[in-house]
Every structure is written in structure tokens, then in C-alpha cells.
Design a protein around this ligand. Structure first.
Ligand code: ADP
Ligand code: TRP
Length: 321
């Protein structure tokens, strides 16, 4: 059975972009694949330096995976930091990787272009990500479009390693939902925790409504014809409604008489209806943090077994046996 692996950074609350770009597509695999989903809490250190925030975000990502429907009992849900051998593998991968490859990573480029002082963690980010994937012999990595480059880097690094040490590492493949390339945030840019434009997946109904009402729209009058297809509201609506439902509502908008305020309330109703049963599971879990920790401990034990087997294979190819 093929192995599917993906991670979400513990850098804040999971948002609709994470859900549509990574969680939902990843969950499709659980009926006939072996799924390893994890909380990237080492990657998170590039931006989170407060202990409480790291812990809270870690619990939020774990609860979000479970509340979204991840069958953690038959698969694996774990914290990246619980398997420290991933950092050992990062080093082995580092010695077969040219600086140029890492300098081309958009995370590094963005940071340098913004004039930020780049530390080793930001520079080595794609290497740690490659280690996340290669340590578990993952075949398929479902991610949002923004992460595709990192999976390509992981493949290149594995090819370089294998060229030296033989066929040791499995080459991973990215899968990206074609219709959910990049989910926009409330300001129209890519929804991201780092832009502060996100709609948290499991925020309260009030916050959800407030966020949706703050989405940018033009100021066309109530009577005017409006086309959802060329609007931010429409883009978000298309992720949560069927084509028929979308077209039906768009027809009403095109006829005029419906303002953006109404469209926002409609979007809220649709999203809220989809999320309500899951939100309940999320809230129950966040109120029982011990239960989340027990689930993560179980995940750690299972992940450790897999990781030590693969690491053993790598160490022995290098000559450490
Ligand atoms: P963020 O950009 O908010 O910090 P992460 O980097 O933790 O989110 O991303 C976790 C996963 O969610 C990745 O697979 C990423 O590609 C996906 N993702 C993040 N934002 C979006 C978005 N706006 N649209 C689609 N997928 C996204
Ligand atoms: N870097 C990814 C992101 O920001 C999260 C991540 C870390 C990841 N390691 C991974 C995703 C391994 C897929 C596979 O979205």
C-alpha cells in the first residue's frame, strides 16, 4: 500500500487554505493508503518563539486533523519534534545538497528580498522538509501549490543521495488539487498565517461571520448585476458549494437586487453549515488536551518504529553500521 505523508506547521490556527489545500485532499487517501500526517513543530521555530504559542498551535493542528475526519487510529498522527532523528537525516541530506538548490527555495528568496536577516533554519527549511518525507519512505505528498517546489527539492536531494549511496531513498511525488490551487484570504492575497488574512477553520460562528463580512468587495449598488465568478466571495463559495448550487446563486446575483452583504451572509451560511459538526468535535478535543496528548503519544510510538527502520538503512548505507 502506498504511503501518503503531509505536515502542517504549528504556527497559528489552521485556516481554510490549509484545510482546502492540504487537509481535505490528504483525507481522500485514507480509505486505500497508509497515511502519515504530522504537526511540523520544528519548522514552526522559524517564526514561533513563545512556548505557549507553540503548544497551543500544536494542539490546534492536531485537533483540526482529527475534527476534519482523520482516522488517526488506523493511520498516524504525530509531532515532528517527537522523532528527533529527522534532524539527523537533515544533516545527511545537507552534505549531498548544493547551496544553489536551497538558495532557489522561495521561502529563502522571499526572506532575502524582504531584507530579513536569514538564519540557518530558514535556509535549511526545504532540507528538513525533505527529511520529513524521506524518513518515512513516503510515496505521495499532498500539499498546496506553494509547497510544490519543496517536494521537487526533496526529490532532487533524494536523487543526489541515491547517486552516491545506491537506491536507499524512495522518491516522493507531490499531488496538488487542481481546482484548489491557492485559496485567497480576506484581502485577496494567498490565505496565510503569515499575512494575517486568514479565516480560521474552527473559529466561533461569530468570528466566522465577522471575518467573512470583512472580505474585500467593490461598492456597486444593491440593484446592479454582479458576477460571483469574478469576485473573492465567489472564489471562496466555489470551494464549498456544488457547481449547480453555485450557478443557481450566481444567476440571482447577475439579475441584480442582491448586494455583496447578502452574498457574504450566504457564504457564511454555506461554510458554517459544512463546518458545524466538525467544529463540535474540535471544541470537545480542545477542552480535553490530555486526550490529544495521548493520541500524539501513540502516534509517536508508531512513527518511531518506521523512522528507526529507515534511518538504520540510511546509516548503514553511509557506513555507520
Ligand atoms: P501557512 O502558509 O498559513 O503558514 P502552512 O505553511 O502551515 O500554512 O501550510 C500547510 C499546508 O497548507 C501546505 O500544504 C500548504 O500548501 C497549504 N496551504 C497553506 N495556505 C494555503 C492556501 N492559501 N491555499 C491552498 N493551500 C494552502
Ligand atoms: N513546509 C510545509 C508548509 O509550510 C509543512 C511541511 C513540513 C510539510 N514538512 C512537510 C508538508 C513534509 C509536506 C511534507 O506548508
Amino acid at each position: 500500500m502506498k504511503r501518503v505523508l503531509t505536515g502542517i506547521q504549528a504556527t497559528g490556527k489552521v485556516h481554510l487554505g490549509n484545510y482546502l489545500g492540504a487537509i481535505k485532499p490528504a483525507l481522500h487517501f485514507q480509505s486505500n493508503h497508509n497515511c502519515f500526517f504530522f504537526i511540523a513543530d520544528i519548522h514552526a521555530l522559524n517564526s514561533v518563539h513563545k512556548k505557549d504559542s507553540l503548544v497551543e498551535s500544536t494542539l490546534d493542528v492536531a485537533a483540526s486533523w482529527i475534527a476534519s475526519g482523520f482516522d488517526y487510529k488506523n493511520h498516524l498522527l504525530y509531532r515532528q519534534s517527537d522523532i528527533p532523528s529527522v534532524t539527523e537525516l537533515t544533516w545527511y541530506l545537507g552534505v549531498v545538497t548544493g547551496m544553489g538548490l536551497l538558495q532557489r527555495s522561495h521561502v529563502y528568496k522571499d526572506a532575502t528580498q524582504k531584507g530579513k536577516e536569514v538564519n540557518f533554519g530558514v535556509f535549511a527549511y526545504p532540507l528538513l522538509m525533505a527529511a520529513d518525507i524521506l524518513l518515512y519512505d513516503a510515496n505521495i505528498v499532498p500539499v498546496g501549490k506553494d509547497q510544490k517546489q519543496h517536494i521537487d527539492i526533496a526529490r532532487d536531494v533524494a536523487i543526489s543521495f541515491n547517486a552516491i549511496y545506491g537506491d536507499v531513498l524512495i522518491l516522493p511525488q507531490a499531488t496538488i488539487q487542481n481546482n484548489v490551487m491557492t485559496v485567497p484570504g480576506i484581502d485577496g492575497r494567498k490565505m496565510s498565517k503569515s499575512y494575517g488574512n486568514e479565516i480560521p477553520l474552527f473559529c466561533s460562528e461569530n468570528e466566522l461571520l465577522k471575518k467573512i463580512r470583512s472580505i474585500k468587495t467593490d461598492s456597486s449598488p444593491l440593484e446592479s448585476s454582479k458576477d460571483l465568478k469574478s469576485s473573492l466571495i465567489g472564489e471562496l463559495l466555489s470551494f464549498f458549494s456544488s457547481e449547480d448550487e453555485f450557478n443557481e446563486y450566481n444567476l440571482k446575483m447577475l439579475q441584480g437586487g442582491i448586494g455583496w452583504g447578502h452574498a457574504k451572509d450566504h457564504l457564511y451560511e454555506i461554510i458554517n453549515q459544512k463546518l458545524t459538526p466538525h467544529r463540535k468535535v474540535y471544541i470537545d478535543l480542545m477542552n480535553d488536551k490530555a486526550q490529544i496528548m495521548t493520541i500524539l503519544e501513540d502516534g509517536r510510538n508508531k512513527a518511531k518504529e518506521h523512522a528507526s527502520r529507515v534511518l538504520q538503512r540510511i546509516r548503514s548505507a553511509i557506513g555507520y553500521s
